[in-house]
Structure formats: structure tokens, C-alpha cells
Design a protein around this ligand. Structure first.
Ligand code: ADP
Length: 790
């Protein structure tokens, strides 16, 4: 049978079944030879929905033909999962697809064997950082890396990660790069950066858009009350959406937050009823039955009116159903946060951006990024269903010109590396990718930052100034103790490596280091909980946190005077951590608490590692306890229970209320005791088994007398034995509160000398304290008393 022009069968017969259509479209046919017949790096920018996924798949086909491994970088976790499902089609052809998600779930064998790897830029960053370890060595075998939505380069925080990761990957394995992007102004800069030749650089304009787009800016009458303004914008959005809904089309309205999606949907249902807008799904009884399956109650009531909401807090099943019903037209009006714009492909005839400003828990009120705006607007127009797409930004009059210009001209992709140059350069040095001064300059030249600076000298520094800036940054790293330099050679220090490993800002790492120095210094007070919390809350990562008035009013109740010299934002973080430790976060502090706690937990894990290295296991253990309390919201006396795998807040509190406060208590109580405390038998067995692997110590003091004559002395010994699994620990012996010996070891078993001297004191109290640096167990102690005879 003759094939039609552009038939998939003709170009990739062996993969034809992996494509969901039979012939390539005009855009795909034009880009196809560069992707399929050469090894050139390729850059393609084309409108949303023009069919770029097929280009990614063609690049993958070429790699598979050559028995190579392809890596697909997707901007969101949700998309990596979507690809896993879609690419079952490759699995059916005998190729394996592996999505790299969390550290814990990583299956190195599967990753090693995979033909197609799928990751987010953040995962690729961490994998390339660990390429030396056997678990992550698979990352150095990549032959072709496909970057989806490469314009993510210009995204706040995430852009620099993508940029350095690609530069690093190319240094590590000289991979081919195929980069895909929505329409952008400066495709040549990206092509230049990636060394894509002109014949492999494609810029497909609006005439390749499957559905023509009409986009505009609509202003609203701005008042004094932010709450009322939201409703004004909602009415505006509904005015814009109404004709499309009445005409049987769909509208997707983007709002600032998860709660806003819910509130806006609720209000919209009222307005629709008032205005008597005809939404088609109302009389669909099967749909009413299906809707009963939804987990979210509010959503269930809403969708039967044809109005839905979608945000990252919904369960996976609910999200899937909402997406499916929107595609089927059962939901005609959908409120969503911006994540949907980067996530699943869910176009709508009409897209409205109701909010251009949003509250970020770490940054306060911010403008939605122009990149997000364009990404959202790009979702207007459903190929195959709509003749045209309509997209609107609703904003204040004073912002209208800004958005009009954005819609008209788009936006050049900028590098975001300059903002975080110091920590990224530190990471490259810590990794050993860069090991002398010349390498540092070579590295600079592989960044998009350098390329873009060359093409937009008015916005960036000239090449010489950039080099100077990098030299100055390197000097700063050496001065700060992150890097050792001798002559031209440079080497990471322990501090530099830990800083990179935990993705810390450099000033934060310096603060942590100073805290460790104070903790290790005998002259200064020992580390305590307040110092730990304060150091984290005051870190630069939290400098932009803002505190509303109602939030400030809770500070006194939570903190008393603690931290009253901190900025309000940092004090808010302190209050959230303090209250969170006991699981008593006041309602006013709830809205940002989750994000702040997650960030604080990452920093506490870092501080623990710093203490282990630069202070003592005892200090590390203290930080570990704080970390567990912040994570679980659990009182100090029961925190040790969280060391048991599978015991979180609820179970720990239940056990503690029955008087079982430590893993040792749990072991002593046994399965029977736990069942009496209210656990089911199966659970009790698992908990006891887990508790048995935790340290169980016994102490043997041999040769320590009950009394000793004044002026005499005796040599005795202390043996500490751990019957559980081995753990890093600090063992410290004091006499009358003064330290006699301290050692850090993997415990095991250890014997320490104990000198008994009949001196001035009437009594000698020997105390041993064992602190586990990686477990939230309260330190375990034992003691002996010797009286001095006079
Ligand atoms: P983009 O990544 O450019 O936004 P997609 O690759 O997701 O766009 O494609 C948009 C839609 O068009 C998808 O549903 C896809 O299956 C469909 N599509 C892409 N190429 C073709 C083609 N050649 N023939 C028919 N449908 C296509």
C-alpha cells in the first residue's frame, strides 16, 4: 500500500505503533530530517499544541535505533508520570521506560537498564551531582537528552537549576541535546548555547498554531479591599467566559491559590444560577452517579453544576477525573492554579487569567511570572474542536500596558544564573567537575548566562566583566572556606561539599558553620533548642517571608519574648517551627506553615550533618530531635518513638499516653504490652520488630569501687554494648560534670578507661552519655558514684 506524504510508517516504520497518529504534520515534517537523520543538537520553538511531543519521540527513536539511552526532562513531576503512561507504547515495542522520582524509590538496576529515562530538572540535578556513586552512575550513559519546555530556563529558582544541569550533563557525557520550547523571541540564543547549527534551529511562528489565538488584556475597577477586588475580577472573568460556555465551549480560569480555586468555583456557581447560564451537564444522570466517586466533597457538589476546580492538593484520582471530565466537556468551567498550565495538556476555547499577583509563602506578594502568563494563555484553543482560542489577562489598569506588550511581543528567555552564581559555582567545584581556574572559565563559557550576555550586552555584563565576576565569586568561595586554592588548583572543602549536597545558600552555610564552632567551643554554652530554631528561622532562605497583621498578633502567645529582635518574617518562621513542634499551630499561621516547615526540615537535615562534621554527635542528635519534632509535631518526651519506622505522631502519642515513651520501653512491653496499649496485633508485631533494630545499650563498669581513700587512685573501665543495629554515636564520660573522655564511633561495642582519683570532692559521680547523631533518640545515660574516704 502506498503511504501518504509524511506517513509515520515511511520514516520510522519500526516505531510506527508508538505514534498516536498516522502522518506527521507540516511542522513535524520540517523539523524531522534534522532530528532523525543527523546527530546535531536541535532547538525547536513552536506554538503550544503544534505537536512538539512527536519531535521528542523522533529524537528518542533515533537514539533507540543506535542502541542508545535517551533522557527526557519534563518540567513537572505530574508530566513525568504522564509520559510514563504514554510511553507504554515504547514498552510494547520492547524498550524500557524508567521515571526517576524520589531518592528512596530509585531502583538503580532499572535505571541502568532503561532505554528511556524520564526526570524533572531537579532530579537530573541531584543525579548528576551524585554521578560518582554507583546508584547514580546511569546518568553518565545518556546519549540524547530531550528538554521539554526549555524556556523554563527563565523561571525564577528553577531556571538556573536547568541551566547548570544541562551544562554539567554535557560535560559528563557529551550528550546530544534536543530542546523544545513554546514560541520565544530568542531561539538563536538557546541554539547558540546548545551548539545547534542554523540548519537544526527552528522557529515556527503563529501560522503553525493549530487553532488561531486571539489574546487581550481586560482591566477591572480596582478598590481598596483585596477581597472585594478578587470578586470584581471574578465577575470580569465570568463575563468573558460566559459567551463561550453558552456556545457549548469551555473556559479555564487561572487563579492565585488552591483556596482561590475552591472559593471562585463556589461563587461562580451562584453567578451562573443568577444569570441563568445554561450549562449542559446538569441533566446528565450518569454523570451525577460518576461524580459520587470523588473524594473531595466540595468538588462533588460543584462538578454536577458543570463547574470544577483543580489544584495540587487534590487526590490523584480526583485530579484525573476532573481532567477527563473537562476533556469530555462535562465540566465547562474550570478554576485552576498555574501548575495546570505546565502540567497535563488541557486546552480550552477560552482561557482567563483572573489573578496576576499571588502570595508566595517564601517571597510574599509577587507578580506571576511572564513565563507563567504566556504558558497559561497558550492553552487557549482546542485543536480539532475549536476554530479559535480566546485568552485574556484580567489586571489592574496600571498593569495593562505591561501585559499588552507581553502578549504582543512575547518575552526573551533570560538566564537566571546570575542571581545564584556563588552557590552554583560552589556546586560545580564540590562535584569535582571543575578543578582548576581555567576550568572555572571553561565552565562559565558553557552556561546560557554567558551566551545570553553575549547577545544582550545592554542587559548583562560584557564577557570580561563576567569573567571578573566569576573570579571574584571564586575568591569569595575561598575566603568563606568553601574552596581550597593552591596556585591554579582548586579543591572543595568539607564545608563546600556539605553546602552543595544540601543546596544551601552560602550565607546560610556560613551561619550553620559558626553555630557549630560555638557548639564545639568549651568556653561557650552548649547548643540548645532555641539556638537551633533561631539559626534556621533567621536564614536568608526566609528573608522574604512576610507576616500579616493577624499573624503578628499570634507571636507573643507562641513565643513569649523569644526572637523579638528578629524581622517579622523570620519571627513568623520561628513561631511556625515552635508551634509545629508541639502540633499546636494557631489557625492564623496555618496558611504558609506547610511550605515553611518543608523548607525548614531540609535545612535542619543540613544543620544536623554540619554538627556531625564540625561539632559533636551530641549536637547532631539535638538537631535531629528538633527535626523530628518539627516533622511530626510531637512532644519532647515522646520524640524518641519516631525513630521507630512506621511510628508517626498519632501512634507515638498513643504509646506515650500509655507510658511507653522510648523504643526501649516498647521493646520491654513486647507485642502483648503494645496490644494492651491499643495497637492491633499485626501492627504491634511490626513496631516491636522495628524497635528491636534500634540501639539497645548495656553498660558494664568494671573495677569502679564504691569508695576510695583520699589520695589514692584506681584504674577502671567502662564497656558500652549495643545489642541493636550499629549506629554512629558519641560516647562521653564526665566526672562531677567535667568531661573526662569523648569519642565518636560506630557503635558496636566500646571500652573506655575510667580513672578514679580520691581528690578534694566528697563524692565522684561518673556519668556516661551516648548520643546517636542520626536518630531522634534522647541520649541514653548511666552513672556510678564513688565516695571519697577521709
Ligand atoms: P505541544 O507539545 O506542541 O504543545 P503536543 O505534542 O502535545 O503539542 O500535541 C498536541 C496534540 O496534537 C496532541 O493531542 C497530539 O496527539 C496531537 N498531534 C500531534 N501531532 C499530530 C499529528 N501529526 N497528527 C494528528 N495529531 C497530532
Amino acid at each position: 500500500m502506498a503511504t501518504s506524504a509524511g506517513a509515520v510508517e515511511e520514516f520510522v516504520p519500526e516505531f510506527a505503533e508508538a505514534f498516536p497518529f498516522e502522518s506527521f504534520n507540516r511542522m513535524q515534517r520540517e523539523a524531522l530530517p534534522a532530528i532523525l537523520d543527523t546527530d546535531d543538537n536541535v532547538v525547536v520553538s513552536a506554538p503550544t499544541a503544534s505537536g512538539k511531543t512527536a519531535l521528542a519521540e523522533l529524537a528518542i527513536c533515533r537514539t533507540l535505533r543506535n542502541d542508545g539511552t535517551a533522557l527526557f526532562l519534563a518540567p513537572l513531576r505530574a508530566l513525568t508520570n504522564e509520559k510514563e503512561d504514554e510511553w507504554d507504547r515504547f514498552e510494547e515495542l520492547g524498550y524500557s521506560v524508567y521515571v526517576v522520582t524520589g531518592e528512596r524509590d530509585l531502583n538503580p538496576r532499572k535505571a541502568e537498564r532503561a532505554d528511556i529515562l524520564v526526570m524533572t530538572p531537579e532530579k537530573a540535578d541531584s543525579a548528576t551531582r551524585k554521578h560518582d556513586s554507583p546508584r547514580y552512575s546511569f546518568i553518565t550513559d545518556v546519549d540524547c537528552c530531550v528538554i521539554d519546555e526549555v524556556h523554563l530556563l527563565d523561571s525564577d529558582r528553577r531556571g538556573a537549576v536547568l541551566e547548570v544541569t544541562i551544562s554539567r550533563l554535557r560535560r559528563l557525557c557529551d550528550t546530544r541535546v534536543v530542546a523544545l520550547s513554546a514560541t520565544m523571541q530568542n531561539v538563536e540564543d538557546v541554539a547558540d548555547w546548545l551548539d545547534a547549527p542554523p540548519e537544526a534551529t527552528f522557529e515556527f511562528g503563529d501560522d503553525y498554531r493549530p487553532v488561531p489565538l486571539s489574546a487581550g488584556v481586560e482591566t477591572y475597577a480596582h478598590g481598596d479591599n483585596a477581597f472585594a477586588d478578587k470578586y470584581r475580577r471574578l465577575y470580569r472573568a465570568l463575563d468573558l467566559a460566559q459567551p463561550h460556555i453558552e456556545d457549548g465551549g469551555q473556559a479555564l480560569v487561572f487563579v492565585a491559590s488552591r483556596q482561590d480555586t475552591v472559593r471562585a468555583a463556589e461563587k461562580a456557581r451562584d453567578v451562573i444560577a443568577e444569570r441563568d447560564i445554561d450549562i449542559s451537564s446538569r441533566g446528565d444522570y450518569d454523570f451525577h452517579t460518576d461524580a459520587k466517586e470523588l473524594n473531595n466533597d466540595t468538588l462533588r457538589q460543584s462538578v454536577v453544576d458543570g463547574v470544577g476546580f483543580h489544584h495540587a492538593g487534590l487526590s490523584r484520582e480526583d485530579k484525573n477525573r476532573v481532567e477527563e471530565w473537562f476533556r469530555e466537556g462535562k465540566i465547562q468551567l474550570l478554576f485552576s492554579t498555574s501548575t495546570l498550565a505546565w502540567g497535563v495538556n488541557l486546552p480550552a476555547r477560552c482561557v482567563v487569567i483572573r489573578d496576576t499577583k499571588l502570595h508566595d509563602p517564601l517571597e510574599g506578594e509577587v507578580d506571576m511570572s511572564p513565563l507563567d502568563i504566556l504558558q497559561m494563555l497558550g492553552r487557549a484553543g482546542r485543536p480539532g474542536y475549536d476554530d479559535a482560542g480566546y485568552a485574556y489577562v484580567v489586571c489592574d489598569g496600571s498593569d495593562a500596558d505591561k501585559y499588552r506588550q507581553l502578549l504582543r511581543d512575547g518575552k526573551p528567555i533570560e538566564s537566571r544564573l546570575a542571581d545564584e552564581l556563588d552557590s552554583h559555582l560552589n556546586a560545580e567545584i564540590a562535584l569535582g567537575v571543575v578543578d582548576d581556574i581555567e576550568d572555572v572559565m571553561d565552565w562559565l563559557e558553557t552556561t546560557f548566562y554567558y551566551t545570553r550576555a553575549g547577545s544582550a550586552p545592554d542587559k548583562y555584563d560584557a564577557a570580561d566583566a563576567l569573567r571578573e565576576r566569576v573570579s571574584a565569586t571564586l575568591e569569595q568561595l575561598v575566603d568563606g572556606g568553601f574552596v581550597d586554592q593552591s596556585g591554579l588548583e582548586i579543591e572543595p572543602t568539607g564545608l563546600g561539599k556539605l553546602t552543595s549536597q544540601f543546596y544551601l545558600r552560602l550565607d546560610t552555610a556560613e551561619g550553620f558553620y559558626r553555630l557549630c564552632e560555638r557548639a564545639a567551643d568549651d568556653e561557650t554554652p552548649e547548643l540548645d533548642e532555641s539556638a537551633v530554631l533561631r539559626t534556621v528561622a533567621d536564614a536568608g532562605e526566609f528573608d522574604s517571608v512576610s507576616a500579616r497583621r493577624d499573624e503578628r498578633e499570634t507571636f507573643g502567645a507562641v513565643l513569649g519574648n523569644e526572637g523579638d529582635d528578629l524581622d517579622a518574617g523570620n519571627r513568623k518562621v520561628l513561631a511556625i517551627l515552635r508551634a509545629g513542634m508541639d502540633g499546636t499551630t494557631p489557625g492564623e499561621l496555618q496558611s504558609d506553615a506547610w511550605v515553611i516547615r518543608q523548607n525548614a526540615l531540609r535545612m535542619l537535615a543540613a544543620l544536623r550533618a554540619f554538627c556531625e562534621r564540625f561539632a559533636s554527635p551530641r549536637d547532631a542528635n539535638l538537631v535531629r530531635q528538633v527535626e523530628a519534632r518539627v516533622e511530626h509535631g510531637i512532644s519532647e518526651d515522646a520524640v524518641g518513638l519516631t525513630a521507630i519506622d512506621g511510628v508517626g505522631k498519632g501512634r507515638a502519642q498513643k504509646l506515650a499516653s500509655e507510658g511507653l515513651e522510648t523504643p526501649a520501653d516498647v521493646r520491654a512491653a513486647g507485642v502483648g504490652g503494645l496490644v494492651s496499649a491499643g495497637l492491633s496485633e499485626g501492627l504491634a508485631e511490626r513496631v516491636v520488630q522495628q524497635a528491636e533494630s534500634l540501639p539497645a545499650l548495656s553498660f558494664e563498669w568494671s573495677g569502679v569501687p564504691d569508695s576510695i581513700p583520699e589520695g589514692e587512685n584506681a584504674m577502671a573501665e567502662l564497656t558500652v554494648r549495643n545489642a541493636g543495629d550499629g549506629e554512629p554515636a558519641g560516647v562521653r564520660v564526665t566526672v562531677n560534670g567535667v568531661e573526662m573522655s569523648e569519642e565518636t564511633r560506630y557503635l558496636g561495642e566500646t571500652t573506655l578507661p575510667v580513672g578514679v582519683f580520691g581528690g578534694d570532692a566528697e563524692e565522684l559521680t561518673y556519668e556516661v552519655e551516648v548520643a546517636f547523631s542520626e536518630l531522634p533518640l534522647v541520649p541514653i545515660t548511666d552513672s556510678r558514684t564513688v565516695s571519697v574516704e577521709r
